[in-house]
Design a protein around this ligand. Structure first.
Ligand SMILES: [Zn+2]
Length: 416
């Protein structure tokens, strides 16, 4: 794919060079990168990218939510939006987010270099705090872009006891004026995000392009099992109320949900037993559970099933179980027109593709609550992400970026 037709001016070498240059901003000793949102490395990356935006003919600005937004007007009044995020998890990979931002700028640069003006204006976003720095909820920037900033309150405290609002202010944002960060929603045709898959499906099937059908919804659940702590030597087995043994049953029942036709994936990722001592029967156990599915009705049904299961375990084990369902991140379906466009483009480029849902959350999931969205995935070697070992073959990076460019041109030609 490196010898892309010159008619679209796509410069693959520049794209790869910039991905590598960005990887050095916040580079970690382990070979990954740490750019916690609003920290020095994140802001340095934002400055670097703002310079590239100018070169690509975009006018960059830092909005009230500390997003970096670059705009290049089209012939008409409507917009096509693309982009991703620059922040990373601690010791994360070099492609998660950064690739989608660099590719979006390459789209703008390709248009700029060939003197091509689309009917739609191009809006390129580098969203702030996608990952949820220092224990914050994350996706701060994308929420504000579609007017949903009330869902990510600026009063929220991070792990250092500093409010999100304070962090925003430090990063050049204005927590009191977040509504100014909202895009002209009625004039945005669609948002298309290019991202590495962060899972093994494309690598496993040997296809370079994933057409994302939708982004999985996420339902959290906190469970506390109350039993009775007692002496592990003197308490007969039939007189015990072992909170950890009950919790173990719950963990296995959660794990069996997808197998029994329930949600797509279910995980109990957090366990805290108390007193957590070898010679004491566990008296209390806290569990952190997460269910994910692309269908809200399936999540609803699974919640009812889990409530019934918890009640059964409580009776059978002689323990009490407190369950608190957390706030849901709703599933979002991709826009059929964007999906059709990505498939058409991949086919025309001779790239094998498959439809697949995104199991991970993305800024597109937030944008998609208000605007039509779509996503293009490229393979993650071995399905590894959020790790210094995160990798994608150069040929796949180039194919994905060119597919993004051609998808936006296709959408521009079809919707006026
Ligand atoms: Zn990401």
């Amino acid at each position: 794919m490196s010898d892309a037709p010159s008619d679209i001016g796509f410069d693959g070498d520049r794209l790869l060079r910039r991905v590598a240059e960005l990887a050095r901003v916040g580079a970690s000793a382990a070979g990954g990168v740490t750019r916690e949102a609003w920290g020095p490395a994140d802001l340095a990356a934002r400055d670097l990218v703002a310079g590239w935006m100018v070169e690509a003919g975009l006018s960059p600005e830092v909005d009230a939510a500390a997003n970096l937004i670059g705009r290049s007007p089209g012939r008409g009044g409507r917009w096509l939006a693309t982009g991703s995020h620059l922040d990373t998890v601690v010791d994360g990979g070099t492609l998660d987010g950064a690739y989608g931002v660099v590719a979006a700028i390459e789209v703008a640069a390709s248009l700029h270099d060939t003197g091509r003006v689309m009917e739609h204006g191009l809006l390129v976003a580098a969203f702030a705090n996608e990952e949820g720095a220092r224990g914050t909820s994350g996706m701060t920037g994308s929420h504000a872009c579609v007017g949903l900033h009330a869902d990510t309150p600026v009063e929220e405290l991070d792990d250092d006891g500093v409010t999100v609002g304070e962090r925003l202010r430090h990063a050049g944002g204005d927590p009191a004026a977040l509504d100014h960060a909202c895009w002209p929603l009625a004039d945005v045709e669609a948002f298309v995000e290019l991202h590495i898959e962060q899972g093994p499906v494309l690598d496993d099937t040997g296809r370079p392009i994933g057409v994302v059908s939708g982004i999985t919804g996420r339902q959290g659940l906190d469970v506390v099992v109350h039993g009775a702590a007692n002496h592990a030597g003197t308490t007969p087995m039939h007189l015990r109320h072992d909170a950890l043994a009950a919790a173990a049953e719950i963990v296995l029942a959660i794990e069996s949900l997808p197998r029994d036709g329930g949600v797509r994936v279910a995980t109990c990722g957090h366990v805290a037993a108390s007193p957590n001592v070898r010679n004491v029967i566990p008296g209390q156990v806290a569990l952190g559970v997460e269910l994910r599915d692309q269908d809200a009705a399936v999540l609803d049904a699974a919640m009812l099933g889990v409530d019934a299961m918890l009640a059964r375990v409580a009776v059978a084990r002689g323990v009490t179980v407190d369950a608190r369902w957390g706030q849901r991140v709703p599933p979002v379906a991709s826009d059929p027109a964007v999906v059709a466009s990505v498939r058409r483009v991949a086919g025309a480029m001779g790239l094998a593709w498959i439809d697949l849902p995104s199991g991970a959350g993305h800024d597109a999931q937030i944008i998609g609550r208000v605007l039509p969205i779509g996503m293009i995935f490229v393979p993650s070697v071995g399905g590894v992400s959020h790790s210094p070992r995160e990798r994608t073959d150069a040929a796949d990076l180039l194919a994905g970026a060119e597919a993004l460019l051609r998808t936006l041109l296709d959408l521009d030609g079809r919707s006026r």
